[in-house]
Design a protein around this ligand. Sequence first.
Ligand code: 13P
Length: 242
Amino acid sequence: MIIANWKMNGSKEEVSSWIKSVTEEVDFDNEKPCVFCPPSCYLDYSCSLIKETSSPIFLGSQNINYKKSSALTGGIDSKMLKEFLTKYVLIGHSEQRETFKETNEILHSKLLAAINEDILPIFCIGEPSEVKQKDNTEYFLGSQLEALYDVDLNGVIIAYEPIWAIGSGLNATKDYIEKIHSFVKEYCRSNLNSDVKISVVYGGSVNLSNCEEIMSSFEVDGLLVGGASLDPDIFSKIYNLS
Ligand code: 13P
């Protein structure tokens, strides 16, 4: 799967031209979902455009709250997301973990809220550079993966996004990604007792020049693209090459 995470970027006009261009330029493959995660305020509009043009693009939300219909200013719940045909939701992105101080307990509740409404979580994990330098990455990621304890992993996607690679232009090497993805898959098998085949996608400075190499690894099941996804031509090329 190839996922476009727009983060807090774009406008209504840009959403419209992105969906139009990507729908025209991408050689859609059923085995490789094409997922668009715009800012929440554009989900409704994106949903209408996707329906109008019968586009094969799937919608993903950048956020979800775990309570339903509650007094939470700025909140958005799973039932609301479902109204806009949201199929996926990003949970645990490092930017959200840091800004909103999301703990494993909160993330666990978010995972359950999504799954209960049949929205597939894209659960993000990743280590900061200090942890990598001290060679503590697996321990660090293991503690993040504990949020998946007792979660039905069927359909859950894990996104490995090393924090030092996000927006830095320094993507992780194919060997490093392979090692970490294989650790994540093994962790799910042994520590979460899951016999589900879990998909692990990579994110962190993915661009037109590195996407092919990263995707050529048998351990990489997709890409989570930030900055390079904003341009519909570049994103479509990344999808078609991957
Ligand atoms: P960049 O592709 O801009 O590094 O962002 C990665 C990311 O955080 C996607 O979720």
